[in-house]
Design a protein around this ligand. Structure first.
Ligand SMILES: *Cc1c(COP(=O)(O)O)cnc(C)c1O
Length: 412
């Protein structure tokens, strides 16, 4: 849960802000390390690149899942070694490759990228050890593949075996598969891991190599709504250990990685936004808040998708949209601190922002305890894909502050 007093205090200074709690990041990252003792974790920086958030996650021994050259450079500046930074993204330029090859392990995303890395390496008279992202012949839910802008189709690797083996500047030492995010079912995750291992051993055998690493990608989900059941990472960890034991003959010194952004940081963050004005129009009550669509875009997108979709539970499109009711809205004020819906005065309100667009709606016709101007609305699940995703250049508004509550209770 979040620290109400800190939010109320800071709301005197700021009309909208994020608050990240170091203790919660430590809780989630340590849980993963404890539950998966043989696995190493990579933090997907794109989910939240606030410097203290990154520092906290790295302090727990996480490496970096870098989605751009910029994220490779940030990770390197934080002191991570080349072997701790994995650079996976489509469309890397020659400039990206040249500037990341000594700082990170590049995960090639296409055959033409491998060709370019090879050429650059040959010109520099060196051999670059790379990973390859594979677009597998399966998904989380089916045993056939789908077209993807990410990675190389497994079959294409087999068609190019001789060419790959003959490259002088490039040596394939690892595989990366990332198929989807936000899965809560242990059995689905386990089956996915098993399929990635099978795929890795097929590729390993056909290429005639011993892989140095297998990156299982992400998938670790967190409960967004009250109905979601938490992913049993303890059980998944045990299943994974058993799998690793079973496969140990094929895993000679191979490092196993799991990537995560949201699992490490989502629950650590809340977004606080102040009630600037309240009005009623044609009988509908609007609560006008600071920096909603432009400060934390996901609730607005969720509202838009769920209002357009005929489907009761529209499918996710990460990281912009996860599911219906993925955020809780909690009203705080200085008088009673937290108002609960058990309080007598409940009203139906629509939460909107102060932008000049009518799409800036974060919740339409929801029940809230009576809200007054100056109250604070706290939005949960704001530690990942929140500040990092928001269109703060729109309409020249002051962006929300990002505050960090340390384990000692200091606010940075
Ligand atoms: C974004 C991303 C992740 C992180 O996903 P989460 O759901 O936040 O854990 C992991 N791997 C890759 C390749 C990604 O692009």
């Amino acid at each position: 849960m979040f620290n109400k007093q800190v939010i109320l205090n800071k709301a005197k200074e700021y009309n909208s802000f994020y608050l990240y709690d170091e203790n919660i990041i430590l809780e989630y990252t340590q849980r993963l390390k404890n539950n998966f003792p043989q696995v190493q974790f990579l933090y997907s920086i794109k989910s939240n690149s606030h410097n203290h958030v990154i520092k906290t996650v790295f302090s727990q021994g996480f490496g970096a899942d870098a989605a751009s050259l910029g994220e490779v450079q940030i990770s390197s500046e934080y002191g991570l070694s080349k072997e701790e930074i994995y650079y996976s993204a489509p469309g890397k330029t020659d400039h990206d490759i040249v500037n990341s090859m000594e700082k990170s392990v590049i995960i090639a995303d296409s055959l033409s990228e491998i060709e370019r890395i090879d050429k650059i390496a040959e010109e520099k008279n060196t051999v670059v050890e790379i990973g390859v992202r594979i677009n597998p012949n399966f998904t989380f839910y089916s045993s056939s593949g789908v077209p993807s802008k990410f990675g190389i189709d497994e079959e294409d690797i087999y068609h190019k075996l001789e060419w790959l083996k003959g490259l002088n500047g490039v040596k394939i030492v690892g595989l990366h598969v990332h198929s989807r995010s936000q899965e809560l079912d242990v059995e689905v995750m386990k089956e996915y891991y098993r399929k990635v291992f099978d795929l890795s051993f097929r590729v390993q055998e056909k290429l005639g190599i011993q892989l140095k690493f297998i990156n299982l990608g992400s998938g670790l989900g967190i409960p967004y709504t009250k109905q979601d059941e938490e992913l049993d990472t303890k059980k998944l960890g045990i299943e994974t250990s058993e799998m690793l034991y079973k496969f140990k003959g094929k895993l000679s010194g191979t490092k196993i990685y799991i990537e995560t952004g949201r699992y490490a940081v989502c629950k650590s963050g809340v977004y606080a936004t102040k009630v600037l004005d309240i009005k009623t129009s044609f009988g509908k009550k609007f609560v006008i808040l600071d920096n909603t669509l432009n400060g934390f875009i996901r609730p607005s997108i969720a509202n838009m998708i769920t209002s357009y979709s005929k489907d009761e539970s529209p499918c996710a499109n990460e990281p912009l949209f996860t599911q219906k009711n993925a955020f809780e809205f909690i009203v705080l004020n200085n008088k009673v601190e937290t108002k609960s819906v058990d309080d007598s005065e409940i009203e139906t309100v629509t939460l909107v922002g102060n932008l000049c667009t009518s799409t800036d709606v974060i919740a339409d016709n929801i029940y809230l305890p009576k809200v007054n101007v100056g109250d604070i609305v706290v939005v949960t699940n704001a530690g990942s894909y929140a500040a990092a995703l928001s269109p703060m250049q729109f309409a020249t508004m002051n962006p929300p502050k990002q505050l960090f509550l340390t384990r000692n209770g200091d606010i940075i």
